[in-house]
Ligand binder design. Structure first.
Ligand code: GLU
Length: 600
């Protein structure tokens, strides 16, 4: 079937679709029941929080069998590749942050996707004009070299206690035996139905019988199970250099679209040399000292660590814990606004730009930006960036930027702790929900559309833009996996999906827990708002129902309603050594938290 789908002439496509109505024989088996979702768990022996119950259970299984937080995190990520295939998996990338208890060190892996070494600033231009965003998304052109497989293998090799093959086993089993389709999975499929149906291999996998997967039914992915089995046996060499690499390159360069669909799925430039040259990068985390805490996150190519860190630096100037509700939200929103003005001007792939990371996170620069905030009135956007290399109180550096381009709403964050006190905070993504919409035929996974995170044209004419496409370049990300220490011991780890709102969600969860007296579960559940240097602040309906809303509007804040922001997870170590795992009670259908030995 793999070969047929790859060639994809109309007649054979029709056959493939008819076959899928009956369901492939390999996918048969008894129905399975996924575990229930629990948003909070407390106890000993380690903890896992993710958006999905099967994935969380996979992590707990590995911890029980003697794996550490790294082994478990990779197991959870691989399982998310099965159960959250539109947001996570080996077709995408992400950022891995690891606290090692034995050394007290925090290390990170930048597993971001890269553009082809033949890419240039004109990657998304046609006839000198930027491609329509939707056309760029569903194309081979937007697919970057996947970074997640290299991230997983590197993490386990460097810090794990078990083998890469072992870490993949629970996911393999879930892919073989199946998981229970829930409403969120069906909704996410429905969101993608119009484009999935144009790619016969994607339709065959995710639109069984041409239709949405039925809630309560069992969803299997034997192709992905086989892919994981191969990776376990041969290592990721198979994916970066072997037959899997050949399949990936062919798919990117010749997107297997149904010719009858009329869709112009533009070919990508990534080739075998690009895949063979991919490296997940080890790099120093960002670090900010905030009150009694040390916060570690991911350095560029993500803007997560610098932007959350800069906002915290601005807020430390005030007294977030003592503000009333209105002043708290007011300062949170304006600090976010300022930090976003700066990130858009200064942050991109450091291999191509001199990103002033240290300066963006310096106390001096934070003070020079904090002085913009007045307790009596909101700042207006777009706000001009400052110059972190030459901090001057309340000064700007250049014109206010145009509105930030759209970023997706996909991605998955997981947090894991183990009995030894090691902690992982890991966010992985395909960019959009459903990535490029293109499944690698017969391999069971979707390819990312991460390259659409580049700006297609300079954000502000005449001002250098650090996030234009380039050869082998990593597009700027917003992923913000964070670990918090106090006196060298882990206290908290958190992160979220949600495109650029990831930054404000992570910031809000951290402030809620560290400053506002909320428990981790409450900080995650609290109503959210996201200000990213735009005229209106996005806010959830529950935020707009808060009594502070009218007072914030009186200060000049403008809100636009949005149904849901982010889907955070976190773990926290209690003073007696127990772990709390926490996930969303409601957003994205709720998340799944678990501990090895419950002890509430
Ligand atoms: N691609 C985005 C990033 O890396 C994340 C997409 C999302 O969370 O929706 O920042």
């Amino acid at each position: 079937m793999r070969a047929l789908a790859r060639i994809a002439p109309p007649l054979l496509l029709a056959t493939a679709l008819v076959c899928s109505v009956a369901g492939p024989a390999t996918a048969a088996g008894p129905p399975v029941q996924s575990p229930p979702k629990v948003p909070e768990a407390v106890g000993w022996g380690g903890a896992v929080a993710s958006v999905d119950a099967d994935a969380t259970a996979a992590g707990i299984e590995v911890l029980r069998k003697g794996g550490n937080a790294v082994d478990a995190a990779v197991a959870v990520a691989a399982a998310l590749g099965v159960t959250e295939p539109y947001s996570a998996g080996i077709g995408g990338g992400g950022y891995f942050v690891y606290y090692d208890h034995a050394t007290g060190r925090v290390s990170t892996i930048d597993g971001r996707e890269t553009a082809s070494r033949t890419a240039d600033e004109g990657l998304f231009l046609e006839g000198g004009k930027p491609l329509p965003f939707a056309d760029a998304v569903t194309s081979g052109l937007s697919v970057g070299v996947p970074g997640s497989p290299a991230t997983w293998e590197t993490a386990v090799r460097l810090w794990g206690r078990r083998s890469f093959a072992d870490a993949l086993k629970p996911a393999q089993r879930i892919a073989d035996q199946g998981f229970t389709v829930d409403q969120t999975f069906q909704d996410q499929t429905a969101l993608n139905q119009a484009r999935f149906k144009d790619f016969p291999d994607t339709a065959k996998l995710f639109l069984p019988g041409g239709d949405l997967p039925v809630v309560g039914s069992t969803f299997r992915n034997p192709d992905l199970a086989a892919t994981y089995r191969q990776l376990g046996k041969e290592g990721t060499k198979a994916l970066y250099q072997g037959d899997l690499a050949t399949d990936i390159v062919r798919t990117i360069q010749h997107p297997p679209v149904d010719p009858a669909s009329g869709r112009n799925a533009r070919p990508g430039r990534v080739d075998a040399t690009d895949l063979a040259g991919y490296q997940a990068k080890r790099q120093q985390p960002t670090h900010v000292a905030y009150r009694d805490y040390d916060l570690y996150s991911i350095a560029p190519s993500s803007s997560g660590g610098t932007t959350v860190g800069e906002a915290l630096g601005i807020l430390e100037d005030g007294e977030v814990g003592r503000y009333d509700g209105t002043q708290y939200y007011h300062h949170f929103l304006d600090a976010s606004r300022i930090a976003f003005a700066d990130r858009n001007r200064w942050v991109g792939d450091p291999a191509f730009n001199d990103v002033p990371v240290k300066e963006l996170l310096s106390e001096r620069y934070a003070a020079s930006r904090a002085c913009l905030i007045s307790p009596d009135r909101a700042l207006t956007s777009p706000l001009a960036p400052g110059d972190p290399r030459h901090p001057a109180a309340c000064a700007s550096a250049g014109p206010a930027p145009a509105a930030e381009p759209y970023e997706g709403l996909s991605t998955s964050h997981l947090t894991v702790a183990d009995r030894w006190g090691n902690v992982v905070s890991y966010t992985l993504t395909l960019e959009q929900t459903g990535g490029s919409g293109i499944t690698v035929p017969g391999r069971g996974f979707l390819l990312n559309n991460e390259l659409t995170d580049f700006n297609f044209t300079p954000l502000t004419p005449g001002v250098p833009d650090p996030n234009l496409p380039g050869p082998g370049k990593r597009p700027r990300s917003s992923l913000s996996p964070t670990i918090v220490l106090r006196d060298g011991e882990p206290v908290l780890a958190a992160g979220s999906p949600g495109g650029a709102t990831i930054i404000t969600t992570t910031l809000q969860v951290l402030l809620g827990r560290l400053d506002r007296g909320l428990s981790l579960e409450q900080a995650i559940a609290a109503p959210r708002a996201s200000q990213r240097n735009t005229a209106a602040t996005q806010a959830e309906p529950a935020f707009l129902a808060l009594p502070e809303r009218a007072r914030l509007e009186a200060l000049g804040h403008v809100f636009a309603s949005t149904p849901e922001i982010g889907a955070a997870t976190g773990v926290e170590r209690l003073p007696d050594g127990r772990w709390v795992a926490a996930a969303e009670p409601v957003r994205r259908g709720g998340g799944a938290a678990a501990v090895v030995r419950p002890a509430p």
